[in-house]
Design a binder for this molecule. Structure first.
Ligand SMILES: [Zn+2]
Ligand SMILES: [Zn+2]
Length: 396
């Protein structure tokens, strides 16, 4: 690398913390960069696939429902927290979208039209990317009774789909006990959270292919919302399993109503839905969400079904070797991204090692294995399983 390139790089790096100067104060954006994710082509001769990793939050409220911030404040705050794409998802309406768009445009943020809707007092769903002329009916209170006073979910849900919506299940806190009695009405957490089960309206939506995604983490909800304390935080590990079983896109959102700094767990960074996009546009984001290219990032963990988790981790890391010859085999694992990763060499006695953001570790092996398997301890692909990648150390 020549000197000009080096100093250009230094300049680019110094721009990573960007300042917007308003009349009296400066807004600082904290957004440590993700590298480009390059995936080798499946067919030889084809060019590699390239993805940009965007930080997304697809469940947010403003004063247009029960939130505390104006749409404009919400966009600026989300930008300061490092988000690249957000959906404002007020209950019952989506008027905040148009109000927020000019600010989003000024900041270069992507805004997706959204609304929280769903069943009366029961399952909430978030609709994303639907047409602006969609006219909701009984916006947050679909009926489960066919002859009930409000519109039946089997009538209204497909209407959103027809309007182009992508639908995900928010804070999936309802479930059944072994006798099949629905527990969420009590408002109490289940004694044995693993008895959570999807119930009829959602099962019907899955059968009809009307449900595309699910929140595995909602930064706001705590005990009483059926969340499980697991791996030192509160989340919905069962929802990760449901995502795997039903081919759903995973989301890790804030559901923030007040200011972000005052919301959720005080000792944890904001949750994010990492989205691997082919292009940085609203259409590019919707394409990635429909294709399932998302990874939940919260409480120091990454979580997603295997394909998305593997794509992200292989793109963020580089594993290289010094093989054979004189001396032991050296394995170098480089973390090229902003998320600390914990790696464990499967079938080796070594302790798991944490590889900090943009750091590398060097491991010494006494013998050269035919295949090296790395378990990424803080990258979950099921509620009880971490991602394992395979590497051929000294093939050539
Ligand atoms: Zn809700
Ligand atoms: Zn909400």
């Amino acid at each position: 690398m020549n000197r000009i390139t080096t100093s250009l790089l230094a300049m680019v790096c110094s721009l990573l913390v960007t300042f917007v100067v308003r009349a009296e104060e400066a807004s600082v954006r904290h957004a440590p960069p993700f590298p480009e994710i390059v995936v080798a082509p499946k067919v030889e001769g084809q060019p590699p696939e390239r993805y940009e990793v965007l930080r997304g939050d697809f469940h947010i409220h403003t004063i247009r429902s029960d939130g505390k911030l104006t749409p404009e404040e919400r966009v600026l705050e989300s930008w300061e927290f490092g988000f690249d794409v957000i959906a404002i998802t007020d209950h019952r309406n989506f008027v905040a979208h148009d109000e927020a768009q000019p600010v989003a445009d000024r900041l270069g943020m992507i805004l997706i039209r959204g609304m929280e809707t769903g069943l009366h007092r029961m399952e909430h769903m978030v609709a994303l990317g639907f047409a602006s002329d969609y006219t909701p009916r009984d916006e947050h209170s679909w009926d489960t009774e066919l002859d009930g006073p409000r519109v039946h979910y089997r009538e209204q849900w497909p209407k959103l789909i027809d309007a182009g919506a992508l639908m995900f299940l928010a804070h999936p806190h309802v479930g059944t006990d072994p006798e099949g009695q629905w527990m969420a009405e009590t408002g109490k957490p289940l004694e044995t959270p693993w008895q959570h089960a999807l119930r009829e309206p959602i099962k019907w939506g899955l059968d009809q292919q009307l449900l595309h995604g699910i929140e595995i983490r909602n930064h706001l909800v705590r005990a009483g919302w059926g969340v499980v304390r697991d791996r030192g935080t509160m989340w919905y590990p069962m929802a990760l399993d449901w995502a795997v079983e039903h081919g759903l896109t995973v989301f890790a959102n804030s559901d923030v109503h007040g200011w972000r700094k005052d919301s959720g767990a005080p000792d944890e960074d904001e949750s994010a839905t990492l989205v691997l996009v082919r292009e940085r546009t609203p259409e590019g984001v919707m394409e990635a969400l429909r294709a399932g290219r998302t990874v939940g990032h919260f409480a120091g963990m990454l979580a997603a079904p295997q394909a998305a988790a593997q794509m992200l981790v292989e793109g963020l890391t580089r594993v290289t070797y010094r093989c054979g010859g004189d001396g032991p085999t050296l394995v170098r694992i480089e973390n090229r991204g902003p998320v600390p990763l914990t790696a464990r060499l499967v079938s080796h006695e070594l302790q798991p090692v944490e590889i900090g953001a943009y750091q590398s570790v060097l491991l010494e092996l006494e013998a050269t294995p035919d295949e090296l398997q790395i378990e990424w301890v803080n990258v979950l692909v099921r509620s009880d399983a971490s991602l394992v990648t395979r590497h051929a150390p000294c093939a050539s």
